[in-house]
Design a protein around this ligand. Sequence first.
Ligand code: SF4
Length: 383
Amino acid sequence: MKRNQIFKIYGKDYKDMTKALLEVSNLASMLNPETRIGIKPNLVTPTPAEYGATTHPEVVAGIIEYLQENGCRHIVIIESSWIGDKTSEAYEYCGYRKITEKYHVDFIDVQQEPYETYDCSGMKLKICKRVEEIDFMINVPVMKGHGQTRITCALKNMKGLIPNIEKRHFHTMGLHKPIAYLSAGIRQDFIVVDHICGDLEMEDGGNPVETNCVMTALDPVLVDSYVCHLLGYEISDVKYIGLAETLGIGSSNLDSCKISVYERDESGDVRLKKEFPAPLQDDYEEKSNYSGNLLEVSYAIEEADSCSACYASLAPALLRLKEEGLYEQLLENLPGTISIGQGFTGKTGYLGVGNCCSAFERYVPGCPPDEEAVYHMLLEYIK
Ligand code: SF4
């Protein structure tokens, strides 16, 4: 597999199709029995993968089976949930305890581990110390939309390897820059994208869009650029992609990117079905699944360094009002935008969400407030 390639496979037997795709990607040629391998899924919340936020355990099971069948002996799964949820709960509810027990691999909960400050191409970032013990990182993100950064996939998934204190710090730095620099601090050697049913609007799921696809790649910048293409964004809409490219992490040049789609026959053998340059995207159905509603409601929000969990309460509340035909009414009544984020701490204003806006005339308390509270406050406001 070359750095300008992305391989894809479609189907519903997630474990076996993942193994088949790893076979044609020739992952084993990059490893030896002594390589210490880390598998980094996305367990952002304790919700099942069908909900659209977390990595399917079947995909991770397929990776582990493939690695073990190829003689790899040192495999760990490493991850942390977002602020507000416990990784230990996601480990249970997302089916990862069963995997670790079945395949006898360790699970490292980053929330419970010590961290150290590392120099990431000039930016000092706190990273879990256990990452040092990994020779080869297999990143297994879910392809999703994201309320603040538009998309989340390969580059942003590395955020699960930093402690909560650094996650908060990331938000005060505007997310894009530290995400790019983190990718300079933690090398991802191989990427397996769970593109089975990610939520194409919010990172915490709830509106999964079924695609039943798994992708493999070597270049995280290229993968994220391709995701922008699939979701109808310009690469420049997602600033961390260009920043990571500037740092030498990879290439966003889709003109030189080749997509290879594989399929399995009835006996399970895998063969190349078609190949095409990425800009000639033929997966029209995938592209048309994105509604664009989130982008529309984001114009009502003024965000300054907000935490993901806080934003993830406001945006769905606005989407709900939109579905109910009340969003336009809200816009007509609003004298400005709805403020959210740590950047509003101590500042005054009219309408805010979260304790950071406690000095505002009206605000929804909570850190973060829940979606229901935000929805009812906005509803009251309309009335
Ligand atoms: S109120 Fe929201 S933005 Fe402020 S610290 Fe709490 S979760 Fe973060």
